[in-house]
Design a protein around this ligand. Sequence first.
Ligand code: 5RP
Length: 226
Amino acid sequence: MHSAEEIKKLVGTYAAQFVQQDSVIGLGTGSTVYWLLQELGSRVKQGLRFTAVPTSAQTLTLGKELGINFTELNDVDELSITIDGADEADPQLQLIKGGGGALLQEKMVAAATKQLIIIADHTKIVEQLGTFPLPVEVIPFGWKQVQKHITGLGCEKIVLRTRNNQTYITDNHNYILDCYFNKIENAASLNAALHSIPGVVETGLFINMASTVIAGYPDGKIVTIP
Ligand code: 5RP
């Protein structure tokens, strides 16, 4: 049986095959994408050429160390694929993302992409979204007002994200509220309601964006959905 880390390595490595020579792609963020970057770095050394838009400073830094060539979202028209992780994926491929704090750039990159490929271990595949607290990126100014509005949408608990006992600051200088909805009955309408709150920058709900989820299992099996 494979450990959680081995499963991430399996799917991350597997997904590298979807990066074609001379393509322009998006690269996600997280501990599963870490393994994708490692494999792409090896393939670059063997002659693979492609250009990537990173979804975070973390991915940009690691990718550069591995020899990956990067560009900016403003300098591309469209991305053929983006490969990214997720925190939850339901049977309709609706997602919760942002556990790693990169949801805003991840969503902008996904929106510029023809095919969003999600790589994840089997624990991320759920029947209903919401057990994982939904990350909502907010402007620091008056964030407690935003918190109040989100509570009004039926959210049971909201936690201002911290790291090392400091408020977590995103790459775009915002805060993240981790919102415990527990069960999200209608992800699209919740996403719209959150976006109507002044001060909300972006939500971790990725609605109708993913084309494929590639999930790894402890026995080494890799399942592609659909
Ligand atoms: C970062 C993300 C990540 O893709 C998500 O949190 C999954 O990460 P990991 O592969 O480390 O579990 O959305 O903002």
